[in-house]
Design a protein around this ligand. Structure first.
Ligand SMILES: C[S@@+](CC[C@H](N)C(=O)[O-])C[C@H]1O[C@@H](n2cnc3c(N)ncnc32)[C@H](O)[C@@H]1O
Length: 200
């Protein structure tokens, strides 16, 4: 009987911890201009295809959330950089990137070592993920071949201006318009399934 009570209490504690994490996740974002809404997983392949992501590309996600777009880009061999302010989302993405061998700091360490294991050799072949806990409006876009934007309708004019002023010529921009709008003044090169491709 005692063991059942202990297991029950343990499960209650786990549930409370889970609820606390979810609460903190959304409580933090309530203070941001752009709250956390993740891109639907079944739409990620459309984005990757539309952006024509290839090995060696530098991809930036402005507000990277749980990093799902970064992982999809890194899987294609890209160097994916996420700007994210929510500390829980930053921690989660860094942890997952380390676990899956995409961490850019791990990559640098491996490249410096003289003798490497087969797991480390596999790490070198993959893309990388870097998470910057920084304001996305201060992001350095100069190295990006691809930029992901998922904003609110009222932030889209600011996103358009920011990207066109700071990205390099030829950079491909993917705008997710789920519950929002595309760039207000620029013409997209292509549109598919609610995602718009622009070329700077
Ligand atoms: C709409 S969500 C997009 C998440 C992710 N890109 C995706 O498609 O699944 C916007 C994200 O931007 C983050 N965010 C909001 N304001 C930010 C800011 N000023 N700087 C960096 N990140 C910000 C939020 O915490 C949230 O995770």
């Amino acid at each position: 009987m005692q063991i059942i009570i202990i297991i029950f209490l343990f499960l209650i504690i786990l549930l409370l911890l889970y609820l606390l994490i979810i609460f903190l996740l959304f409580a933090f974002d309530a203070f941001l201009e752009l709250p956390y809404v993740a891109t639907r997983r079944d739409k990620i392949s459309t984005i990757i295809k539309l952006a024509s992501i290839k090995k060696g590309d530098t991809v930036i996600d402005l507000g990277s959330g749980d990093g799902r777009l970064l992982f999809a880009a890194a899987k294609k061999g890209a160097h994916a950089i996420g700007y994210e302010l929510n500390p829980l989302l930053v921690m989660f993405t860094r942890f997952k990137a380390g676990l899956l061998g995409y961490s850019s700091s791990e990559r640098q360490r491996v490249e410096k070592s003289l003798i490497i294991s087969s797991r480390q050799a596999r790490t070198i072949k993959k893309g990388t993920i870097t998470i910057k806990r920084q304001d996305l409006w201060e992001a350095d876009l100069s190295s990006a071949n691809v930029i992901f934007v998922y904003g609110r309708a009222k932030t889209m004019p600011r996103f358009e201006k920011f990207v066109y002023q700071n990205a390099k010529r030829g950079a491909r921009i993917i705008v997710n318009t789920d519950k929002t709008i595309p760039f207000p003044t620029k013409n997209p090169t292509k549109a598919e399934n609610g995602f718009y491709l622009y070329k700077v």
